[in-house]
Design a protein around this ligand. Structure first.
Ligand SMILES: O=C(CO)[C@H](O)[C@H](O)COP(=O)(O)O
Length: 143
């Protein structure tokens, strides 16, 4: 899968997210602090990754900032993006299963390497629900 990855710094697991995704066979499009030729503020970097998803250059994205909150908010400003801030595997599984989330937001402060692996395992194992109540999710709010 092609996955856009954004971070506003190289703190914590920022670089490990890229390594881990590549080791899992994904192609990474790097943004923000992970790309020397780009701005590294969280709103800009996260929105760039989210636009990759919305415009079809990537299937999913992982967006990171110190708390993960700003990255999630910025990504969710992009139409068609459903970004979920996940701090454990259970939340990541639910985000895919019940929310059909297409952007994973992470806190560089909270997420350790073992936790990152747990979150990614759950994120990629999770398939979106086919229950109509779940499928409808937030689409009607975008009108
Ligand atoms: O968590 C964040 C936003 O939600 C940022 O990473 C945090 O605010 C630091 O940003 P800056 O380096 O621009 O002050």
């Amino acid at each position: 899968m092609r996955i856009a990855v954004a971070a506003d710094s190289l703190d914590g697991v920022a670089a490990t997210v890229v390594t881990e995704l590549r080791e899992r066979g994904h192609e990474v499009i790097a943004h923000g602090a992970l790309n020397d030729s780009e701005r590294d503020d969280w709103a800009w970097a996260s929105a760039a990754a989210a636009r990759d998803v919305a415009e079809g250059r990537a299937e999913q994205a992982v967006v990171c900032c110190w708390t993960g909150t700003g990255a999630a908010i910025a990504a969710n400003k992009v139409r068609g993006v459903r970004a979920a801030l996940c701090a454990d595997g259970y939340t990541a599984d639910g985000a895919r299963r019940w929310n059909d989330a297409n952007v994973l937001a992470l806190s560089l402060r909270v997420v350790s390497e073992p936790l990152l692996k747990e979150i990614l395992d759950a994120w990629f194992a999770g398939t979106a629900s086919t229950d109509p109540a779940d499928v409808a999710n937030v689409a009607h709010l975008e009108a």
